[in-house]
Design a protein. Structure first.
Length: 375
């Protein structure tokens, strides 16, 4: 089936396309907040660059079938480096080129259609006046899907990164879920509660979801996230919200998605004090777990594990069917026996000499930890 590819302005994408975009997004699974029009609109507002060294141009495309039905959205931008001059080059990439704020990015479509969508975009950007680029960075390509196979015959490509995402399916009860876990995991979970009880502490789960609750919950989240990242004698964690722009972006995300009932802040309380916190996106019957933070003074009790147990119990009780543990391989995720979904970043160049040289330069920079130079 031939798909019709059309470029939109950002105003068209975020206003005229909004009802169709939201309808498509609601059909996807596993769901993430990063495919929503809210996330992409605010991302462009906060992170698009308009400087002399880098200039991002909105380059969003839609793909429709023969009946005009929306099949996919490609929230693309053209990044020029530098903005002007004979030495500038053009890189096509997806919204979300921030330092870990957007965890998964790429084409917005059903997984089973990713292959034909990639085919259509490849054909579109290879012909006519659409080949004015030296590098195309594809993101979110499913390793287990048809799209990845398309790149084997697509000319010069480099597979840059494999990013694992972890998803757990929820049964009807905590007891049934717990029975899936290993004996060691069940023992560890039990000890966490016993240690807290032994020292006379009473824990409670607090879930902030109303607009009036979310402001204070987010403020406490920032504090706990910063405290965990600043703990000197623990495994280093980046304070992803140290820059003011990142905090302002998340505040506006929380405001917009919270107003629509799409956001929760899950908090572990001890003695009236919130000691651990995690942001979660409530997307239909799926819960996407985002960044977290906790008070390092409580680490000996394994409070993040306890918060996770309380979160799973709460999700089951409220009828959620899937919890997305987010991206990145971590032993704390593997204990829950999740399904691993791998997505890839693939860099592609056109067959021109300039394109091939750009691809090799890009590969060298990534290999030597200098990917920020051409991001």
């Amino acid at each position: 089936m031939t798909l019709n590819v059309e470029r939109l302005t950002c105003i068209e994408a975020f206003e005229a396309l909004l009802p169709e975009w939201e309808a498509l997004d609601a059909q996807l699974s596993p769901r993430t907040p990063f495919t929503s029009p809210i996330w992409n609109k605010l991302w462009w507002k906060y992170f698009a660059r308009q400087g002399l060294l880098r200039h991002d141009e909105c380059f969003v495309h839609t793909l429709r079938d023969h009946s005009g039905r929306l099949v996919a959205i490609a929230p693309l931008m053209r990044t020029y480096q530098p903005a002007f001059g004979p030495l500038r080059f053009c890189k096509l990439q997806f919204f979300g080129t921030d330092p870990s704020i957007t965890e998964i990015r790429g084409i917005i479509c059903h997984v089973e259609r990713q292959g034909e969508v990639v085919d259509a975009l490849m054909d579109h950007f290879a012909g006519g006046n659409n080949n004015d680029w030296e590098l195309f960075e594809w993101s979110g390509i499913r390793l287990d899907g048809a799209a990845y196979k398309k790149f084997a015959s697509a000319g010069d490509i480099i597979t840059r990164r494999t990013l694992p995402d972890y998803v757990i399916s929820l049964p009807k009860s905590w007891e049934e879920f717990q029975s899936r876990l290993s004996n060691n995991t069940r023992k560890s979970l039990r000890k966490g509660y016993e240690f807290i009880d032994r020292d006379g502490h009473k824990i409670a789960l607090r879930v902030a979801e109303s607009h009036s609750e979310l402001g204070d919950a987010l403020k406490r989240f920032f504090s706990l996230h910063r405290a965990r990242s600043g703990a000197a004698d623990m495994k280093p964690h980046r304070d992803s919200f140290r820059p003011t722009k990142h905090r302002d972006f998340l505040r506006e995300i929380v405001d917009h998605m919270g107003t629509r009932g799409l956001l929760r802040v899950l908090q572990l309380e001890v003695g009236g004090e919130i000691i651990a916190s995690r942001i979660a996106f409530a997307l239909g019957r799926e819960l996407y777990l985002y960044f977290s933070g906790y008070d390092p003074r409580w680490r000996k009790y394994g409070v993040m594990t306890t918060l996770m147990v309380e979160t799973i119990k709460w999700a089951i009780e409220h009828g959620y069917e899937i919890i997305n543990l987010s991206t990145g391989k971590d032993l704390s995720k593997l204990r829950w026996k999740p399904t691993e979904i791998n997505v890839l970043d693939v860099a592609q160049s056109p067959p021109s000499l300039r394109g091939k040289l750009t691809l090799r330069s890009d590969q060298w920079l990534h290999r030597h930890g200098r990917d920020d130079v051409i991001r």
